[in-house]
Design a protein around this ligand. Structure first.
Ligand SMILES: *Cc1c(COP(=O)(O)O)cnc(C)c1O
Length: 407
């Protein structure tokens, strides 16, 4: 079993160890929830201060041109494109992931009026399922949900679009984008990938995979801050045919011509709706820059090493937990989920001991591994604390039974 000294040695040999310094992490806390809300990049504090006091406070509306606020959605989109293996001009930052799913699905159902349904996975992240249901209704179609292993067989000629989450938020299972896209294309069906748990977490090459459409979250592995704007990707070849149902002035070819007639902006610009939340965008840019500063092959190698350490220590010291995440690295993301009937109070007790993971109903303790700032010692200490909680049964304290609104 790996000792604390051996975990320390792994940190000393970690080529990414200095990236942790770019984040403001509380000294007394072990943070294993960067897959839900990424940590604060230190640079964001100064950038936010400048954005508020100077760009907004002093320069006021001039900043739309002077500070290039107006091009921030494209600029940050191009940076995210580099992370997900897309080209400049294929990604734009806008709205929330939920809204972006709706924007793409409604554009796709409009392109395929003869289709009867949108297809997705049962147990997919709730917002994806809810939004797909709403988008299907808006088009007079149905939402069809099938189990993961039945998806490929369920793709049919009358499927308007297939919506899949690349890395499952709970189990951590990962689809093969290339194979999934090819299987759908054989039936003429476009796939929309939700990359919320994969952008910044696992190696992505959307262009190589031939991906059609994708969305993803800014506040998880991209460290964009609470409620950070999301991103939206469409392969260049599809962009001219995308006609958004939400036709806002910022998606128009000439917003400042103030014309009645709407003409979609060229390229991904048409996927904007209204005025971008500039402070949030600038915070997101800090998180994306921090990710771009690290080598992505090194990030993924470290994610795997952290996973291996975590699962080894859990099997040794907390055998009452069942790993539900695939051990095959190609088949998972960058978090590890463990099932235990009392996962809720156990997670509450862990948080009280300053080890922060999260709980996903009904019985999963989810621990996120964010190689930019998670250390091997973090993992070792987290399991040590958990083993202590299990041995002393402190989690049985009635105070931990009460459910909070956000889990
Ligand atoms: C986190 C997450 C979202 C978040 O959607 P919001 O609109 O930002 O609330 C969407 N889809 C998946 C798969 C997620 O994991």
């Amino acid at each position: 079993m790996t000792s604390l000294d051996e975990a320390r040695a792994k940190d000393a040999a970690d080529p990414l160890r200095h990236h942790r310094d770019a984040f403001a992490l509380p000294a007394d806390t072990i943070y294993l929830d960067g897959n839900s809300l990424g940590a604060l990049p230190k640079a964001a504090v100064a950038i936010m201060h400048d954005a508020v006091t100077r760009q907004w406070g002093e320069r006021l509306i001039r900043s739309w041109n002077e500070a290039d606020w107006i091009d921030a959605p494209q600029r940050i989109g191009d940076k995210i494109a580099a992370i997900i293996g897309a080209d400049d001009g294929e990604v734009i930052v806008a709205d929330s992931t939920s809204v972006n799913v709706f924007k793409l699905l409604t554009a796709l159902t409009a392109q395929r009026p003869e289709a009867t349904h949108i297809l997705s996975e049962s147990g997919n992240f709730p917002t994806d399922v809810h939004i797909a249901d709403g988008a299907a209704r808006a088009a007079g179609m149905d939402l069809r949900l099938v189990d993961r292993d039945a998806i490929v067989d369920a793709i049919a000629e009358d499927t308007a679009a297939l919506l899949l989450t690349h890395v499952h938020y709970k189990s951590g299972e990962r689809y093969d984008i290339k194979a999934g896209t090819a299987a759908a294309r054989a039936k003429g069906v476009p796939v929309l990938w939700d990359l919320s748990h994969s952008a910044g977490a696992v190696p992505l090459d959307l262009d190589d995979a031939g991906a059609d459409y994708a969305v993803g979250c800014g506040y998880k592995y991209l460290n964009g801050g609470p409620g950070a704007p999301a991103f939206i990707y469409a392969a260049r070849a599809h962009q001219a045919d995308l006609r958004p149902a939400l036709q806002g002035w910022m998606g128009d070819a000439r917003p400042f011509a103030f014309e009645d007639a709407y003409e979609p902006a060229p390229g991904m610009g048409r996927m904007l709706i209204g005025t971008a939340p500039m402070l949030s965008l600038l915070a997101l840019e800090c998180g994306v820059d921090a990710m771009l500063a690290a080598d992505d092959a090194a990030l993924w190698a470290k994610s795997q090493a952290l996973f291996d350490l975590l699962t080894e220590l859990m099997a040794d010291r907390c055998p009452e937990f069942t790993l539900v995440t695939p051990t095959d690295a190609d088949a998972r993301g960058s978090h590890a989920s463990f099932a235990h009937a009392d996962a809720w109070p156990i997670n509450r007790a862990l948080i009280d001991a300053c080890v922060i993971g999260d709980f996903r109903a009904p019985d999963v303790l989810r621990l996120g591994l964010t190689p930019l700032y998670t250390s091997f010692q973090d993992v070792w200490r987290a399991v040590d604390v958990l083993a202590g909680i299990m041995a002393t049964e402190t989690w049985r304290d009635p105070q931990y039974a009460e459910r909070a609104t956000v889990t």
